[in-house]
Write a protein that binds this ligand. Sequence first.
Ligand SMILES: Nc1ncnc2c1ncn2[C@@H]1O[C@H](COP(=O)(O)OP(=O)(O)OP(=O)(O)O)[C@@H](O)[C@H]1O
Ligand SMILES: [Mg+2]
Length: 356
Amino acid sequence: MATLKTRDLIKRFGQIQVMHGIDLDIADGEFVVLVGPSGCGKSTLLRMIAGLEEVSGGELWIGDDRVEHLPPQKRDVAMVFQSYALFPHMTVRENIAYGPKVRGEPGDKVEPAAEMLNLTPYLDRYPRELSGGQRQRVAMGRALQREPRLFLFDEPLSNLDAQLRVAMRAEIKALHSRLQNTVVYVTHDQVEAMTMADRIVVMRDGRIEQQGAPLDIYDRPANIFVAGFIGSPAMSFLRGRVTSGQLSLGNQKIPVGVRDGDVVIGVRPEGFQRTDDTSGLEVEVRVIEPMGPETHVLANLVDETLVYERAADTASDIRAVLRIRVKFAPGARQFLRVEPDALHLFDPDTGARLDN
Ligand SMILES: Nc1ncnc2c1ncn2[C@@H]1O[C@H](COP(=O)(O)OP(=O)(O)OP(=O)(O)O)[C@@H](O)[C@H]1O
Ligand SMILES: [Mg+2]
């Protein structure tokens, strides 16, 4: 196993630069998850590390070796792709056993891998006879035949159903704590990132926005982008103003430790509480989603001057997760209080976090 280091890593496709100087330091045995919106460069970065994509500038180190000019097979990495490539003329068993066979190894890890991946009944089938999720697991099984210096995973669970995804997530994590291998793992999935990572690296437009332990990023997002991207359901944002060290939220006043002036206020969904009085923010309920243990409330702010930007995914200003069962009718007016501890404050001009 090995460390991974990148210095000012740059990627251009023709005239277009898509990677703008990536500096990463990944420790031996660390499980790092890359997240970011579609097109931000996650796969490109992974492919550059694997040697499948040329590096346009900067340095790439695996352990003590500088590798950006080495061909993929000399880098000793195993990669599971977003679009898995299997040999169509080989059975599942032969696909998984291909690597060990080529290397003249015994292939005694094929059956255990198939067992772990729920592929045992399909070992004698051909890829065309499998579903997308099954093919993805074969690709995973193939990667697990090796003990490379570095494992690279590009959304390896994206085609699995919810239940299998949860199971595989746990398996990969268990495997990692057993093998202590160095992993770089790309995903869109918030929950995968939060639950699997030792460290999350949040990317946007070919740059690193923030990196850190999952809960540190969750608790202290560095800017509005990261705050909105990490966490599901997502953080709600409002406009606000701090006057003499006090933030007004509707008729709730909260002392804060930031400079006076305009701020963007972020509140995690669990930071809202319902009240029976008229303290806090007045909202108009749009949608109620009863989940069992909790109730998700999508609502709009009655005071339009507080609206920062309506969440694209819900068309609502506020997403609250209440630990109680409520029966609000859509259209009902309701007051929600904000837990002072749940406040995140940002500079409206730069988007940067204001230390509270
Ligand atoms: N071969 C290519 N030629 C030109 N541009 C490319 C090429 N491959 C990727 N890009 C561009 O590079 C950027 C990063 O792409 P990349 O595939 O790394 O994104 P991603 O973060 O993996 O996205 P997704 O989550 O959708 O998989 C995108 O803007 C993409 O259009
Ligand atoms: Mg990708």
